[in-house]
Structures are given as C-alpha cells and as structure tokens.
Design a binder for this molecule. Structure first.
Ligand SMILES: [Zn+2]
Length: 69
C-alpha cells in the first residue's frame, strides 16, 4: 500500500482517458477535459455554427450525428 498519493488520478471527464493516454488535460472546477475532446468540441461547435447559419439562410445544413465515445 502506498504511503501517500500526491494527487488523485487526473482523468478526462468526457472520454475517461487518463493523463498518460492523452497529451494534455485541462482542469476545470467541476470537470476535466483532454486535448482530444477539446478538438472534438471545437469541430462540433464549428459544425453547429455552420448548420445554424445554413438553416438561417433557408438551406439544409450538413447532417452530422455527434456521439461521445
Ligand atoms: Zn477526453
């Protein structure tokens, strides 16, 4: 049994990967997120924006199904 643990395991709350499995984990006050999920979120935000703009202009936007994991 370990005498002491410096800090609890840091894990992405979105994909559950640990610090060792990803490049960067950004710590939030309520949740942590890894660089891979940040990239995915950025792509998702861009996709949603594009879709909304397309809808606002009365044309169908790109159909994308987003699921996590
Ligand atoms: Zn992640």
């Amino acid at each position: 049994m370990e005498a002491r643990t410096k800090h609890k395991e840091v894990r992405c709350d979105f994909c559950s990967k640990t610090e060792d499995q990803v490049e960067i984990i950004i710590r939030g006050s309520l949740a942590d997120i890894c660089n891979e999920c940040v990239d995915l979120c950025a792509a998702l935000v861009a996709d949603i924006r594009e879709k909304r703009q397309a809808e606002a202009q009365g044309r169908p936007g790109p159909k994308t199904e987003w699921t996590w994991g």
